[in-house]
Design a protein around this ligand. Structure first.
Ligand SMILES: Nc1ncnc2c1ncn2[C@@H]1O[C@H](COP(=O)(O)OP(=O)(O)OP(=O)(O)O)[C@@H](O)[C@H]1O
Length: 663
């Protein structure tokens, strides 16, 4: 794949991506976790690359989020879904959802989201998901008992990269191989020319060794499964709890994992355990067996009256107090008993069988002495035999287990991938359920024939500073350009936010928090938040330039502007807003301008501008009671007007009634 054709991907990033085994698949799946494994690619960058790949596929020029406030709303919208993921993977994967004007991309995500909504967010599934993460490759471990041998320089270099776990040795002739066979329990020779070689030890000539990695280095597969055990078990549990069809036989997986320890060695085999313990307990068993014999002899000697003849006594004195012969003669039976007890204890405590058990006689020979002595060389020979038996057994079991796991290697990728993908879907499903969302209906591309429009019924923003259950539903529809007037704190900004949020979610392909929504497909969202105060001349000029650009070719855009009047003095503001509105209306754009100057703007405008109003239905205990849904074609009365009206009604003074007439 030509990675550089992805928007935002340059030469360096393309080179980093080509280091991945599965970059194309990761790009196709939006697998941010896999993409971020490329050298120097952060998770954020990986998400941007995935978005770039999606844009390229859907011919999307980007730029939907045309202003800072629009981007902020997108981040808020995304966070609403991301906060409902369990895994880090799903959290990052959601970053590949973004608002776009591309109909095919929107439809693609809608199909995904529709499927997502079918999934019940069962707590048991969510709990199991907490143990799932993308599969990881364990670090390479050295395997010391096997080596690869070759006389060929090229094969040597290939083998080094194919078998990083093994020593790769250069040999010149059969003698070299024979030497290796003395140090390694298995030698794999890569060169055909050595076929039929006759040297002692386990020497195999395998020119096709590179195709038999799992057989020659079963540790690689075993370590992979050992390293990912928890994730695999959790992924299996997710499938079980969610009633999903698993990609592999999860019972077989569980059985294979139960035969594997966390460090990739085999567990649960009695024979291997016996041999492993025998090797490690060998020295201790020798000394305990000696103690058994010595304790026995000591007791016997202590209780025994020994009659010693003069010649013996003389010989003893002359030999320098050697008692062995005396022991042999006087205590022969007792010594034999003690020796037998030592040997029996030794064999039993180590569980030795067959030829191993026969070593007891070599280790404790019939050589009467006190204390009893053992033959260290014989212990060494038994140790070698036990180790060889242990390694043979382990190798056989590893090979058997590796061959069972081999068939599971690819399916477990799917098993874990499906579990992680379920987390993405459940997050969307939970978001939709938590905020009573519906899929919006698109009426077509904005600006084609008619100006862009939206119609929201029962919209409730989860981003408000009140608990979601206390949010009043808002109905609002706009076609073309509209001014939105209303009382202070009536909810004008909140309405713009609601419109922005619904438009962003809809263009991401996600369901929206409302009873029903129809809208045009826009190509860009320009949302200008309320300015924090009057701008200085420079800032004012640059804002004016922004709006000049905005009015050019605006037919397929949605423009939301909050109290633009605050950038400069009210009189000038009304004229400027009127001018911008005229341009936008002429271009066929859709726009909502929140303003307290709606009346003045309408007067300053050469074309008729629609004005909607968020109306106070009255004052209750000094608090405004507001109808949050804007009333169409209605200039809302301002808060001061309402208060003057209230005072006029309550007082006889003419001041208030005269003041009221001025509104
Ligand atoms: N739909 C709603 N349901 C419940 N509470 C709401 C709703 N809309 C707004 N509010 C409450 O009203 C407060 C004020 O809303 P908002 O800031 O949108 O008003 P405003 O008309 O823009 O005010 P101002 O004229 O001062 O700019 C919000 O902080 C929120 O607590």
């Amino acid at each position: 794949m030509e990675f550089e054709t992805i928007p935002g991907v340059g030469e360096k990033t393309a080179a980093a991506l080509s280091e991945l085994d599965n970059a194309e698949e990761a790009l196709r799946d939006g697998d941010v976790a896999a993409l971020s494994n490329a050298p120097g690619i952060t998770v954020g960058r990986a998400a941007a690359i995935a978005r770039g790949a999606i844009r390229r596929e859907h011919d999307d020029p980007g730029g939907f989020l045309a202003t800072d406030r629009a981007t902020e709303l997108y981040r808020d919208a995304l966070e609403l879904v991301q906060s409902r993921t369990v895994t880090n993977y799903a959290n990052r994967r959601l970053e590949t959802l973004f608002p776009t004007g591309s109909a095919s991309r929107i439809e693609e995500v809608r199909a995904f989201a529709r499927d997502a909504l079918e999934h019940e967010p069962d707590p048991e599934v969510l709990d199991a998901l907490s143990g799932v993460e993308p599969l990881s490759e364990p670090p390479t471990v050295r395997v010391r008992e096997r080596c690869i041998a070759t006389a060929d320089a090229e094969r040597y270099a290939d083998a080094k990269s194919t078998f990083p776990e093994l020593s790769i040795e250069v040999v010149e002739d059969a003698r070299g191989i024979a030497e290796l066979a003395r140090s390694y329990s298995t030698v794999v020779v890569l060169d055909e020319t050595f076929a039929g070689i006759d040297v002692a030890g386990d020497v195999r000539v395998l020119p096709d060794a590179a195709d038999r990695i799992d057989e020659l280095v079963p540790e690689r597969l075993l370590n992979f499964f050992a390293e990912n055990r928890e994730t695999l078990q959790a992924a299996a549990a997710v499938h079980d709890a969610a009633n999903l069809d698993p990609a592999c036989d999860t019972d077989a997986l569980e059985d294979a994992l139960s035969r594997l320890s966390d460090d990739g060695t085999i567990v649960g085999d009695d024979e291997l355990t016996r041999l492993t313990n025998a090797v490690s307990d060998l020295d201790a068993a020798v000394s305990t067996a000696e103690s058994v014999a010595n304790d026995r002899l000591r007791d016997v000697i202590r209780e025994r009256d020994v009659t010693i003849e003069g010649t013996d006594f003389l010989s003893l004195v002359e030999q320098g107090a050697r008692v062995d012969s005396l022991l042999g003669r006087e205590l022969e039976d007792e010594f034999d008993g003690a020796l037998a007890a030592a040997r029996e204890h030794f064999v039993e405590s180590l569980g030795l069988v067959g030829s191993e058990a026969a070593f007891a006689e070599q280790i404790f020979p019939e050589n009467p002495s006190f204390p009893l002595e053992h033959d260290e060389a014989a212990v060494g020979r038994l140790r070698t035999e036990l180790k060889a038996g242990r390694d043979r057994r382990a190798a056989k079991l590893k090979a058997e287990l590796a061959s069972d796991l081999q068939t599971l290697r690819d399916p477990v990728e799917t098993l874990v991938g499906d579990a992680l993908e379920l987390d993405v879907k459940l997050a969307v499903s939970r978001f939709a359920r938590d905020f009573d969302c519906v899929f919006p209906e698109f009426t077509g591309a904005a600006g084609e024939g008619e100006p862009g429009s939206f119609a929201i019924e029962g919209g409730r923003s989860p981003l408000l500073d009140v608990p979601f259950e206390d949010v009043d539903p808002v109905d609002y529809d706009v076609a073309g350009v509209t001014l939105l007037s209303g009382v202070n704190s009536g909810g004008k900004t909140s309405t713009l936010d609601l419109v922005g949020l619904i438009v962003v979610l809809a263009h991401m392909g996600l369901p929206v928090p409302a009873d029903s929504v129809t809208l045009s497909r826009f190509s860009e969202l320009h949302y200008y938040a309320k300015s924090q105060g009057t701008l200085d001349a420079g800032a004012f000029e640059s804002t004016l330039r922004d709006f000049a650009n905005l009015t050019d070719g605006a037919a397929d855009r949605l423009v939301l502007v909050d109290e633009l009047e605050s950038i400069t003095e009210p009189g000038a503001s009304a004229k400027i807003i009127a001018g911008i509105l005229e341009e936008l209306a002429e271009q066929g754009a859709a726009a909502v301008f929140v303003s307290h100057l709606a009346g003045g703007i309408r007067e300053a405008s050469d074309v008729s501008v629609a004005v909607d109003g968020i109306e106070a239905v009255g004052l209750e205990n000094g608090e405004l009671v507001v109808n949050r849904s804007p009333v169409k074609d209605h200039l809302a009365r301002s808060t001061p007007e309402l208060i003057v009206e209230k005072l006029a009604g309550e007082n006889d003074t003419t001041f208030y009634s005269r003041l009221l007439e001025k509104f």
